[in-house]
Write a protein that binds this ligand. Structure first.
Ligand code: C2E
Ligand code: MG
Ligand code: MG
Ligand code: MG
Length: 277
């Protein structure tokens, strides 16, 4: 009997895996035509300085699937990374975000997430240069967000890639800091313009002394190296005041503003309104 049940369990398991695989394939297939069909769109989340002024927007991609509705990036970026369709998506995001930012009245920064696959690409700097040229956005207003993972893979190569990007004049932020294989030596080895403390540490602020200790240490270290710190995922006034007290330079999170479409808000005044919503 036990043997029988065991086999049933295995069959159930494999059919679940089958379904997952089929879903993934279907998603990947749909994704390949999503860019051409114009199904991707960007939302923008404000980043503000500790003095309350709006500094930047982070571009966050979404997919309006014809049947499944709006799909968040966490569900399709990993699929695209594995299948190779990521390059097309990343190119579209970069171009679209630069165009959007170039149309703003205020010279705010635009932060764009760069996937690991994109960062590893041979000619990333050429793609970035082209997006800047075609959009007319000054390089100093573009910030690329990379994660720790891409830095440890191949340090020599990562350094070269970063230097080629810095040579264009763009800024580089280290995203989700603290969640990867954090090595403090990156901070010294790479020319970073900003460190983003991951939401998981911010979430625990006020509830655990340990997270406060980590946040304090990251800010102290970054400042010691002359690198400003941005905290992401701020949702409460309590988190905000602790971060201000610890000397955090910039803030991002639902408390300041949710990611939203800027289609109807192209001029500076309305952009400012977006920041306080
Ligand atoms: P991320 O770069 O760390 O982006 C921040 C994520 O946290 C966003 O989720 C944002 O909506 C969410 N968030 C911001 N503030 C709060 C808050 O106060 N509370 C909570 N609970 N969440 C908050 P989203 O848009 O689902 O993006 C998830 C991840 O997908 C991003 O993490 C980024 O790694 C990736 N991603 C997003 N857009 C792109 C893109 O255009 N290209 C690539 N390669 N990756 C992208
Ligand atoms: Mg990001
Ligand atoms: Mg982040
Ligand atoms: Mg994050």
């Amino acid at each position: 009997r036990a043997k029988h049940e065991g086999r049933g369990a295995i069959r159930l398991f494999t059919s679940a895996m089958d379904k997952q695989l089929r879903d993934r394939r279907a998603l990947d297939h749909d994704l390949r035509v999503a860019v051409e069909r114009g199904e991707l769109f960007l939302e923008y989340q404000p980043q503000q300085h500790r003095d309350g002024t709006l500094k930047a927007y982070e571009a966050l991609v979404r997919w309006r699937h014809p049947v499944r509705g709006v799909i968040p990036p966490g569900e399709f970026i990993p699929v695209a990374e594995q299948s190779g369709s990521i390059a097309q998506i990343d190119d579209w995001v970069l171009m679209e975000a630069c165009r959007e930012a170039a149309s703003w009245d205020q010279p705010l920064r635009i932060a764009v997430n760069v996937s690991a696959a994109q960062f590893r690409r041979e000619n990333l700097d050429a793609h970035v240069r082209r997006a800047l040229r075609e959009s007319g956005l000054p390089a100093s207003r573009l910030e690329l967000e990379i994660t720790e993972g891409v830095l440890i893979e191949d340090i020599a190569r990562a350094k070269k890639t970063m230097q080629s990007l810095k040579a264009l004049g763009v800024q580089i932020a280290l995203d989700d800091f603290g969640t990867g294989y954090s090595s403090l030596s990156y901070l010294e080895a790479f020319p970073l313009d900003r460190i983003k403390i991951d939401r998981s540490f911010v979430m625990a602020l006020g509830q655990s002394d340990r997270s406060l200790a980590i946040v304090r240490a990251v800010i102290g270290l970054a400042h010691g190296l002359g690198v400003p710190v941005l905290a992401e995922g701020i949702e409460t006034d309590g988190q905000m005041s602790l971060l201000l007290q610890e000397g955090c330079d910039e803030m991002q999170g639902y408390l300041i503003g949710r990611p939203r479409s800027l289609l109807a808000a192209k001029d500076g005044k309305q952009s400012r309104l977006c920041a306080v919503s």
